[in-house]
Design a protein around this ligand. Sequence first.
Ligand code: 5GP
Length: 120
Amino acid sequence: GLPPYDDANIFARILRGEIPCKKVHEDEYALAFHDIAPQAPAHVLVIPKGRWVSAADFHAGASAEAIAGFWRVVSAVAKSLGLEASGYRILSNMGPDAGQEVPHFHVHIFGGRRLGRMVP
Ligand code: 5GP
């Protein structure tokens, strides 16, 4: 299963301002910033502000307002990056089999080129 939340994880440190990031958007629900190792012309991470390891515990534990606020940021950021017309992909890795590296829930937004078929 997933580990308990670790306040020393890199995204917690970014949220606390201890590590810089290239910020795209921030509000009470979420922080969006450019991935440090972009896999597409547009590659942005969106993270909620709460202490959630994965989508599973975020959706189980956060308020409906916080969940809606987070997902609205995901869509608004994709739009602000100019991806709405051409399309984009959102993805979240959960746990070892998905290769989740950072144990703070995050959604990747990929876009800016044809991404190819989504296969494992
Ligand atoms: P995961 O594999 O957990 O879904 O994705 C973690 C992502 O976070 C990777 O795409 C990685 O490049 C990105 N990442 C890791 N450390 C940092 C960092 O310190 N700053 C930024 N902006 N992205 C990071």
